[in-house]
Ligand binder design. Structure first.
Ligand code: PMP
Length: 304
């Protein structure tokens, strides 16, 4: 990682290399942290953060679900995000706000410890989302079951959810795939390891309801709104593995992935094995929206 700019820690911008925590930080031991992943795009009218208020809302909701007493208001975090991005000098970046139970009392109960907040941003690199963006990702049905809200609050974007996701991702990569798709405890499709999922069959776009265990993705919501604004619709229904194998097109959505095509699930080719037309059209519409080229969605951009 390129160590550029500064990292905001509890109200102060500190040099990138000095943004450190104590090894007895509660979250390091017990996974008691929540975070966000946000993108800042280099649009023709300047740098703009995509759907910042929605990300802030989810950040605070995640904190609430872990009983975190935030020392900062939404407005203060919003201002801090903008300050951090500006200090980085980057036109385009990935932004990572994090709230975690910090260093204090050791032991399981976190609530006696202060909730520390940091905001980092770094240069955006295509990385893992590249496969699906251009050529179509090859996905493996994970042997790991998606954890669900009987165990942990799934509406929280919490670090603890990501051990499950990382196991699925590692298994997929170790087996020569690009990404994992996870089933929930009912055998229905939940989501990818870090993306929501959509299936197209006979021109009907479908996605699992959030009750299937996927994160309430902001890109998922954006894509649904873009489709509806263009006079289309998306059906939310439980999807089974069969629905994936027999789909005409599959795509995944996420802040990092944007709209990424899936052209293979296990050893099964999806459709003709190439990126589908609906996926391609959505990639274009989404790109226009984040680049500020679609006036209808300009309110989603916070120019900095
Ligand atoms: N599901 C999971 C598990 C994720 O980590 C992400 C990425 N944040 C998503 C879905 C997509 O969410 P969003 O569109 O808000 O990035």
């Amino acid at each position: 990682m390129k160590e550029v700019g500064k990292i905001w820690m509890n109200g102060k911008l500190v040099p990138f290399k000095d943004a450190k925590v104590h090894v007895l930080t509660h979250a390091l031991h017990y996974s008691t942290s929540i975070f966000e992943g946000i993108r800042c795009y280099d649009t023709p009218s300047g740098s703009a953060i995509f759907r910042l208020p929605e990300h802030l809302d989810r950040f605070f909701k995640s904190a609430k679900l872990y009983s975190m007493k935030m020392q900062f208001t939404k407005k203060e975090i919003s201002d801090a995000i903008i300050k951090t991005v500006k200090a980085s000098g980057l036109k385009e970046s990935y932004i990572r706000p994090l709230a975690y139970y910090g260093y204090g009392t050791m032991g399981l109960t976190p609530t006696e410890n202060k909730v520390d907040v940091s905001i980092a941003c770094w240069e955006w690199k295509m990385g893992e989302s590249k496969a699906g963006k251009f050529s179509g990702a090859k996905c493996k049905m994970s042997s790991w079951m998606k954890i669900d809200s009987r165990s942990q609050p799934m509406q929280a974007k919490a670090a603890s959810n990501y051990a499950n996701a990382a196991l699925a991702r590692m298994e997929a990569l170790e087996n020569g795939y690009d990404e994992a798709i996870m089933l929930n405890s009912h055998g229905n499709v939940a989501e990818g390891s870090a993306e929501n999922i959509f299936v197209v069959k006979d021109d009907i776009i479908q996605t699992p309801p959030l009750s299937a265990g996927g994160l309430e993705g902001i890109t998922r919501d954006s894509v649904i709104q873009i489709i509806e604004e263009n006079s289309g619709f998306v059906i939310e229904r439980d999807l089974e593995r069969d629905d994936l194998y027999s789909a005409d097109e599959i795509f995944m959505t996420g802040t990092a992935a944007e709209v990424k095509s899936v052209t293979q699930v296990d050893k099964v080719k999806i459709g003709n094995g190439k990126m589908g037309n609906i996926t391609k059209a959505l990639q274009k519409s989404f790109s226009d929206v984040v680049m500020g080229k679609d006036e209808r969605f300009l309110p989603w951009l916070t120019f900095i």
